[in-house]
Design a binder for this molecule. Structure first.
Ligand code: NAP
Length: 495
């Protein structure tokens, strides 16, 4: 077992190809940085095209045997992976925390979710074989369909939630009979490399592979490879555009789970205390706004606007409620931004708020010295204060662009129609929250909000029991077992 408890220890991780942990063929490595201190804590392979070719060939070679297994047997393998999770959960969650700076406390629920997804996929494996249809085609022709795996699936992960996105992609793709290549973000690859190593001890060689390397280096090669049949990206719109272009000459099935600019809408009849905590959990604690469904636009009915803003400020400036610091200390409630590039981007939005003269309700500072004064070990870390900016309407850059950090805007509205108009005035369509005690109002909002996920009196509730996808520029497709199959049609002449 890899020991990462001592922060000073540098550990080397390998790609997982054909059941082996291997370094890049040219021996190149990249550093993994702890965002709370900006210190190097591990090295990962810096893979090149020859490594990408190697991993594709391994996944291709393993495909026929895996696809031809009885579905129940594939399910048995996946169940064993779920069984393995509790034993390694502490190690995996610690790696995840050091990878992306989310506080460890945030992950208390995650091991259970990962286990449940593997169990869900294990059950779904058997269902795939039973998903065919028979079709009445008139006399003389008998039609039916069956579900087939695509072949080799490449799952591309974002840095903000590697273990979760790894699991929903790999579990359902494997259940359907595909073999899988996972490419984590170079800035948060350690947890995925270790997770892949553990899984490779359970699955036949080549069925599940993990390759780390910069997207700009191996991304185009992997996704455009003719032996790759499906690509599932969780990431940004910019990367989705790159993948669309790269696959233009070798078209393949794509799943895009992209960004959001989600409205979190509070009506005057809401339980204010519940709503305030829902607004905070949607964007500030515990992940510093680094979730795709971040409720980054707080839409608050004007009659309660000042009260809600006041309650938010009270909590978010309370040092007992918002505790920055060592991400492995479960007493802390907020961590840093996951990497330097993202940190610079978030700081740019905060600068924009002051440049445009918007009222900053709380926060507005960044840098280790500002956020954690008197704690020199964090001075170089990527720390940003949770920041709320008052804006009069939805027209600003702050209200339209995905910030992906702990920076939200508060927008007042008067009527239900106005709330809908502002909420839908975005290119994204990933998620929305509604806080009200009025069931009819809630249903009207659910109906009219342009979002793949709507939560009422709760926020960011996702899990193996529900689909998760976006509309508009938030992408399309779902990491579900049926989305990892092709429905094949057959007609038999029975005249
Ligand atoms: P990103 O910059 O788009 O990167 C996502 C992944 O794509 C990384 O593994 C990246 O590798 C890889 N990549 C980059 N260029 C590529 C190329 N040309 N071909 C193939 N892969 C390439 O996104 P991110 O900054 O990691 O993550 C934040 C974004 O993800 C936000 O927009 C967020 O909303 C979104 N997200 C969406 C969901 C959802 O379910 N809808 C969930 C979580 C996050 P490298 O990093 O190694 O370059």
């Amino acid at each position: 077992m890899t020991n990462v408890s001592e922060k000073s220890k540098l550990t080397t991780y390998g790609n997982i190809i054909n059941g082996q942990s291997v370094q890049a063929q040219d021996g190149a490595v990249s550093n993994s940085i702890d965002p709370s201190t900006a210190e190097v804590w591990a090295t990962i392979p810096s893979s090149k095209k020859e490594d990408a070719e190697w991993v594709v060939q391994a996944a291709r070679a393993a495909f026929d045997d895996w696809a031809n297994l009885p579905a129940r047997t594939r399910g048995d393998y996946l169940r064993k992976i779920g069984d393995m999770i509790p034993e390694y959960a502490a190690e995996l969650l610690e790696l995840e925390t050091r990878n992306n700076g989310w506080v460890l406390d945030e992950y208390q629920y995650l091991a259970e979710v990962l286990k449940q997804v593997w169990y869900d996929a294990a059950g779904a494996a058997s269902l795939v074989g039973a998903q065919g249809r028979t079709v009445q085609m008139g006399t003389g022709d008998f039609g039916f369909t069956s579900r087939k795996p695509y072949g080799v699936v490449v799952g591309i992960l974002p840095w903000n939630a590697p273990l979760f996105t790894f699991t929903i992609k790999a579990a359902y793709a494997l259940a359907a009979g595909n073999t899988v290549i996972i490419k984590p973000s170079e800035s948060a690859a350690v947890g995925s490399l270790r997770y892949g190593e553990l899984i490779s001890h359970i699955l036949p060689p080549g069925v599940l592979n993990v390759i780390s390397g910069a997207g700009r280096e191996i991304g185009d090669y992997l996704v455009s490879h003719k032996e790759v049949n499906k690509v599932s990206l969780t990431g940004s719109k910019a990367t989705a555009e790159r993948i669309t272009k790269a696959t233009a000459h070798s078209p393949k099935s794509l799943i895009f789970e992209l960004g959001g600019k989600s409205p979190n809408i509070v009506f005057e009849d809401a339980d204010i205390d519940q709503a305030v905590h829902g607004l905070i959990n949607g964007i500030f604690t515990p992940n510093s706004g680094q979730i795709c469904v971040a409720g980054s636009r707080m839409l608050i009915q004007r009659s309660i606007y000042d009260e809600v803003i006041g309650r938010l400020k009270e909590l978010m400036t309370d040092n007992e409620f918002v505790k920055h610091g060592d991400t492995l200390d479960t007493n802390n409630t907020m961590g840093p931004i996951a990497n330097e590039a993202q940190y610079q981007s978030v700081c740019g939005f905060i600068d924009e708020a002051s440049k445009e003269g918007y009222e900053v309700v709380f926060g507005g500072k960044y840098g280790g010295e500002a956020v954690l004064p008197g704690q020199p070990e964090f001075a170089d870390g990527y720390w940003v204060q949770p920041t709320l900016v008052k804006v009069a309407d939805n027209s600003s850059k702050l209200a339209h662009e995905e910030i992906f950090g702990p920076v939200a805007v508060a927008i007042p509205f008067d009527t239900e129609d106005e709330a809908i108009q502002i909420a839908n005035d975005t290119n994204f369509g990933l998620a929305a929250g509604v806080w009200t005690q009025n069931l009819s109002l809630a249903h009207r909002m659910i109906d009219k909000l342009q979002a793949g996920n709507v939560w009422v009196n709760t926020y960011a509730r996702v899990g193996a029991d529900l689909p998760f996808s976006g509309v508009k520029e938030s992408g399309y497709g779902t990491d579900s077992v049926l989305d990892y199959t092709v429905e094949k049609a057959c007609v038999i002449n029975i005249r």
